[in-house]
Design a protein around this ligand. Structure first.
Ligand code: NI
Length: 136
């Protein structure tokens, strides 16, 4: 019997989407407002979903206090109120798209989680646009 528990989190961050190999015009056409040279912000909503078997003794799948601390330490402290392009080494070489941010977040949380638990990340960049990643 597999069960999933989820925790929501939130961070604000600035970014700029740009491919250095493309011309200014190509970047502007492709990325639109997200290509703005002086950056812009998003309010990112994050859902961290963990799945697996309940511990028969405690009745927990995972201690949510512990998961909350991991999200705070690994994600919020690292990315909240940051310029992802300039402040975060994770995005020195890769474009900070919602897709890439979700993968970075998944990798950071995955490292901390017990191996027997599955992990899925849902990251909202806007109310309408979101990305899901489960490591596959
Ligand atoms: Ni943007």
């Amino acid at each position: 019997m597999e069960i999933t528990v989820s925790r929501k989190a939130h961070f604000n961050a600035a970014h700029r989407l740009n491919v250095p190999e493309w011309t200014e015009q190509e970047n502007e056409e492709y990325f639109g407002l997200c290509n703005n040279a002086n950056y812009h912000g998003h309010n990112y909503d994050l859902i961290v979903a963990v799945a697996g078997q309940i511990d028969p003794i405690s009745g927990y799948l995972i201690d949510m206090k512990w998961l909350g601390k991991i999200i705070k330490t690994e994600i919020e402290n690292r990315f909240d109120h940051k310029n992802l392009n300039l402040d975060c080494v994770e995005f020195k070489e890769i474009n900070p798209t919602c897709e890439n941010i979700a993968i970075v977040i998944w990798n950071k949380i995955r490292e901390q989680l017990p191996e027997n638990l599955k992990l899925k990340i849902t990251l909202y960049e806007t109310e309408r646009n979101f990305v899901e990643y489960n490591g596959n």
